[in-house]
Structures are given as C-alpha cells and as structure tokens.
Design a protein around this ligand. Structure first.
Ligand code: KG4
Ligand code: ZN
Length: 336
C-alpha cells in the first residue's frame, strides 16, 4: 500500500485562526476560530488580531489533529499562510509552523493565501477543469485570475483602489451595520428591491476594477437623503442594501464577462469571502445560462478564510517537492 500523506496547514492572515489536516488530498478537519473581539471596533484591529492568534493557535491545531484522528507523528509536512495579510497575524502562523516543523523534523511549506482561496475549489467535487477564470473577491483583493494548473496562475485584472469586500464593509459602516458588514448587507439585500436606487458602475479600462466611486456615491447619497429625512436609513435599509449590492455585483460581472471574451475561456469560478454573497452567487447562475458558462461556486465554509484551502495548496506543493527554508519570513504583500 502506498504511504499516506498527512499534512497540517495553518491560516492566520487576518482575524481567523484556523488549522486543517489533509490526508492524500482529502480534507479531514477544518477548525476555524473567528475572533469576535474586533466587532466592537467596527473592523480588524491588527494588534488584537495577533494576540488572539497567539491564544487560539494551539487549541485550534490540537482540535484539527483530534478531528482527523491522527497525531503529530503521522504528519509529513506543515504548511502555513505566508501572505498576503496583516504582518502581526502572519507572524504568529509562520513562527508556530517553523517551530512545529523543527520540533517534529518535518518540512515546511509556504502558501500564498490568494492562491489558496482558488484552490478551495479542489476540496470537493465538482472540481473545475483547467484552464478556468477565477474571480477572487475578498476583504483585501479583487482579482481576475487565469488558472492554468493547481500552481500556475496568472492575474489578468485587479482593482486599482478598494477591494470589493472593503466596499461592502465600508458601505455597511455608513449604514450603521455591525462588522463584518458584507454578510449584513447580503441579509438586508435579500429583503429589498435592488432597483430602488441607482449607484454607478465604473468605467475602468481593460480588466481593471474600481470601487471607490460607488462607495463615495453611497456616502453622498446618504448625506443628502438623511438631511431630508433623519430616519431615511432605517426606513429604507433593505432597499439601500439591495441597490448598493447590485451595483457592486454589476462592477464585478461586467469585467468577468469581458475576461471570458478576451481570454476565450468559458469555465468560470468565484472564490474568497465575497463569493459567499448570495446576490453574486445568483448572478453567476443566471450568467451561466445566458453566456453558456460552466460555473463553479465553492461551499460557503470554503469561501471565507479557512485552513482547508491552505491544506489543499500545501498538498499540491508537497507533491511538487516545493519546500521552504526555516529562514523564511511572512510577506504582507505577496502577489500571485
Ligand atoms: O476572504 P475573506 O474571509 O478574508 C480576506 O482574505 O480578506 O474575505 C472577507 C470579506 C469581508 O470583506 C466580508 O465582509 C466579505 O468577505 N464577505 C461578504 C459576505 N461574507 C463575507 N461580502 C458580501 N456578502 C457576504 N455574504
Ligand atoms: Zn482570504
């Protein structure tokens, strides 16, 4: 019988501490500890995030090993998120993984978080065939990526200013909704009429995105309407969210459509936290029919930050023998 490949993976790039065990390419556990401390500050506080990672990392790793029913002696390597992300947060995962690799005499594998978001598509069936175009949408990134193989990816378009997740979160803040705002906007939007108000779709050239315009237009719109009626937001929250969300989605799908034409690829995937948005997921299903695309949408739990996706990347890198040195340091900005 071939030897089994059991790997541990750690994710700590932002405010989720997560560990996962993968055996022969099958995810066996995925423990995610979400840091709730940031809620009262209306956004992630980097210093508090790294402290919380310090507290959470050991219990999360223990739980991941336990759920997978293995011990650390069974592991062949440990993978971790090298970046992009918050430096203090990344340092906790990187330092832990380095120590873990040394203590257990196993190799270390570094993973790009954005590549891992895309590889979340390989956790379960149906897996997209190569090449496919992936729209990766998260709190820090908005990218169009041509995925040629598990580890060969090319960014063909990205945002020139805010990420779409930021536009969701900042929009939610203007509306007085709690952090993280994306899921809250999604919830209200599902109860509202998206044609109630109109927000702009940017006219960026090529495959570039821009979200600062639509965000600012929401700000000016609210300032004007609240001046006329102090209860405007409360009375119209569902319709505002639905209309704002529609504008953000149109900004995304317009460029996605363009990318499929320019690159002549009709296999399309979405990844990253904003891929959990129900409006975007529905829009993609509609587009699949209209445009003749084959569309791949990950399970909700694999859209937002998790270590299962890091484990998938760790597995493919292990198969290629892509190990890294103990001297490696995190990269807060780490391009694909
Ligand atoms: O991928 P992710 O968990 O972390 C980063 O790598 O940034 O993405 C987080 C982003 C946040 O901006 C959050 O508001 C957004 O994903 N998000 C959503 C939804 N769920 C998470 N945005 C819109 N609708 C959702 N349902
Ligand atoms: Zn992420």
């Amino acid at each position: 019988m071939p030897e089994s490949i059991a790997l541990l993976a750690i994710e700590s790039s932002c405010d989720e501490t997560s560990a996962s065990v993968i055996i022969n390419g099958q995810v066996k556990s995925n423990i995610v500890s979400t840091q709730l401390i940031h809620e009262k500050y209306g956004g992630v506080v980097p210093e508090l995030a790294s402290r919380a990672h310090q507290q959470n990392i050991l219990p999360v790793v223990d739980a991941a090993l336990k759920v997978a029913n293995i011990t650390k002696n069974d592991l062949k390597a440990v993978g971790f998120t090298r970046g992009p992300g918050l430096l203090g947060s990344l340092l906790v995962g990187a330092s832990f993984s380095k120590g873990f690799a040394l203590a257990n005499d196993i190799p270390l594998i570094e993973v790009n978080h954005m590549q891992a978001h895309i590889l979340a598509h390989f956790i379960e069936e149906p897996k997209p065939p190569f090449p496919f175009i992936c729209l990766t949408v998260s709190g820090g990134h908005t990218q169009l990526v041509i995925v040629k193989s598990h580890l060969d990816m090319e960014v063909v378009g990205e945002t020139l200013d805010d990420a779409v997740g930021e536009a969701f979160d900042k929009g939610a803040k203007m509306l007085g909704l709690p952090y993280p705002g994306g899921p809250m906007i999604d919830k209200h939007a599902s109860l509202g009429n998206p044609l109630s108000f109109e927000f702009p779709v940017s006219e960026m050239k090529g495959l570039s995105f821009s979200f600062s315009g639509v965000k600012t237009s929401l700000l000016y719109f609210l300032q004007k309407r609240v001046k006329e009626n102090a209860n405007f937001i409360d009375e119209n929250i569902n319709d505002i969210c639905a209309s704002y969300q529609l504008a953000l989605i149109k900004n995304l799908t317009r460029k996605l459509k363009k990318a499929t034409k320019v690159h002549k690829i009709s296999q399309v995937a979405i990844a990253g936290g904003v891929a959990a948005n129900s409006g975007l997921r529905n829009a993609l299903v509609d587009l699949a029919e209209k445009e003749g695309w084959k569309v791949f949408v990950p399970k909700f739990e694999y859209c937002t930050d998790n270590a299962a996706m890091i484990a998938m990347a760790t597995y493919y890198k292990y198969l290629e023998g892509e190990f890294t040195e103990q001297s490696i340091s995190p990269l807060p900005r780490y391009s694909l």
